[in-house]
Design a protein around this ligand. Structure first.
Ligand SMILES: *Cc1c(COP(=O)(O)O)cnc(C)c1O
Length: 506
């Protein structure tokens, strides 16, 4: 046997048996855990958790028996993780991973292809390229478009604004930012997005040397969509101040409300003003495959670049996202050539030419296998089902006495709050009390582990949020879980009341 052979994949019996024992053992453990899984989370006090971790997380000097290792993985990882596949978990834009993609992950890690240069990933490079092609066709982009898989929406939004900035600086000042750095006018550059846009727009501006103040936040209409007249006005103002608008980010699916900015109108205005239009469809991109709501992404193909996140509503394990580009020539702004990797004279496709990452995962395999195994038809039904469930849940909630619902679900998020019976004369006291109650409800339920919701804020008020990505959720099961919210609200109100009485007497 070659040295160390047991620890690497090879043709030897020792290698293959060890692979089977470890991968098979993990799979068995997961199966056993899910067979018995009752709730999404088993709460543990943070001190206790930290002690548990301290006891089992260390580097051992010598080989340890597999059973001991598996016992620790069970006790620390499986027992105290948030089980996102459980239908009671509906906090964030954080999805249950779909089984074909889990199978793909086994292959991705075993083959360990690196997607920077063709010679490190021959089949995988062309597969990623083809999956990108399929996506651009769904969007309605022409063949001159291109794209690349990314680590997620953060990276894709950053890339959109990076290309937009460099293209603008080249066109306006004949400056090649990647060589010369930012022009003197950089302080004047401005980006527009709605007040509900993802924070990574501001984060990107900060990292691109423009500063967060370069992002002009445009007020939304009552449906939480960017108001086109406000955008026009904002552009006018910025120009009147002598500043330089160069990009607008339209969100297709805001994080809290799932609202879609008016893509067509924004694209018209962007064209007129010479702005780069980046569409952040991290969440809403899934509607491309919806049977009922595809038209909500109408005009998406007019965007210069697009963010899509597959580890949100495409049910892919983290990480999996894409950056799509209408005019593939724009990738020139991030291309650098290394003689050992992607020499200029080389004809092969090197995905490093389109990416800000060098070594990069073969995540495209997950999406391909998912759409082959499940089919776009069934997937589209899942998308529609979750929207329907969210709508019905909002309707159900509206009928409850102690609940106000903030939104009419446009995608699958429902934002609502518990409204107490207790009334204070002082408005501010009332608001403070209501906020505290809602925060406590969220926290108590998290600790109980049966029903995991998120919290958010709207106009200084605390809200509870259900993000119903999981297609296994039904209205009936949610309705039962929501009874807990009201019951808990009432219980907390009583507790507060007793405290108040005591303080009055005391
Ligand atoms: C999640 C999200 C992002 C950030 O994506 P990551 O995959 O978390 O990096 C950006 N924009 C929107 C609208 C999102 O929902």
């Amino acid at each position: 046997m070659a040295p160390f052979e047991k620890w690497f994949l090879s043709s030897s019996k020792e290698s293959l048996e060890n692979y089977e024992a470890m991968i098979g053992g993990m799979t068995e453990m997961i199966k056993r855990h899910y067979h018995e899984l009752k709730s999404p989370y088993t709460h543990i006090d943070v001190d206790e958790l930290s002690n548990l971790v301290n006891r089992s997380v260390y580097f051992s000097e010598h080989e340890q028996p597999l059973e001991d290792l598996f016992d620790d993985v069970q006790a620390v990882v499986l027992d105290h993780s948030l089980h996102i596949s459980h239908p009671g978990a509906m906090a964030h834009l954080h999805c249950p991973p779909i089984i074909p993609a889990l199978a793909a992950e086994v292959m991705i890690s075993a083959l360990n292809q690196s997607m920077d240069s063709w010679d490190q990933s021959p089949a995988a490079t062309y597969i990623e390229d083809q999956v990108i092609d399929e996506l651009t066709k769904q969007i309605g982009y022409r063949s001159s478009s291109s794209g690349v898989f990314t680590s997620g929406g953060t990276q894709s939004n950053y890339m959109g604004l990076l290309l937009a900035r460099n293209e603008y600086c080249h066109a306006a000042f004949s400056i090649d930012v990647s060589e010369e750095g930012l022009p003197l006018q950089a302080k004047k550059l401005r980006i527009f997005c709605s007040e509900k846009a993802h924070f990574t727009v501001r984060q990107s501006a900060a990292q691109l040397g423009l500063g967060m103040n370069a992002v002009v936040s445009v007020k939304c209409n009552e449906r939480h969509e960017m108001d086109i007249e406000n955008l026009e006005e904002a552009i006018r103002e910025v120009k009147a101040q002598g500043n330089l608008p160069f990009a607008v980010v339209a969100t297709a699916g805001t994080t809290d409300f799932g609202s879609v900015d008016p893509l067509f109108e924004i694209s018209e205005l962007a064209k007129k003003e010479g702005l780069w239009l980046h569409a952040d469809a991290a969440y809403g991109g899934a509607l491309l495959f919806s049977h009922k709501y595809r038209e909500r992404l109408k005009a998406l193909e007019r965007a210069d670049s697009i963010t899509m996140d597959f580890h949100k509503w495409f049910y892919q394990p983290v990480s999996c996202g894409a950056f799509l580009l209408k005019n593939s020539a724009m990738f020139k702004h991030i291309q650098l050539h290394a003689d050992y990797l992607n020499p200029e004279e080389d004809e092969h496709v090197h995905l490093v030419d389109r990416s800000i990452q060098t070594t990069k995962r073969f995540d495209a395999l997950k999406l391909w296998l998912t759409f082959r195994a499940v089919g776009t038809n069934e997937y589209g039904k899942m998308i529609d089902h979750t929207i329907e469930t969210a709508k019905q849940t909002a309707e159900h909630l509206r009928k409850q006495r102690n609940i106000t619902v903030l939104n009419d679900p446009y995608m699958n998020a429902v934002v609502f709050r518990y409204v107490p019976d207790t009334l204070y004369v002082d408005c501010q006291k009332q608001q403070h009390y209501e906020n505290k109650l809602n925060q406590l409800i969220q926290q108590h339920l998290y600790e109980k582990g049966t029903f995991i919701m998120a919290k958010t804020k709207h106009k200084e008020q605390a809200y509870l949020k259900l993000t119903m990505l999981n297609p296994m959720i039904t209205v009936d099961t949610v309705a039962t879980q929501l009874e807990e919210v009201v019951a808990l609200g009432k219980e907390l109100e009583k507790k507060e009341e007793r405290l108040r009485e005591r303080s009055v007497i005391g």
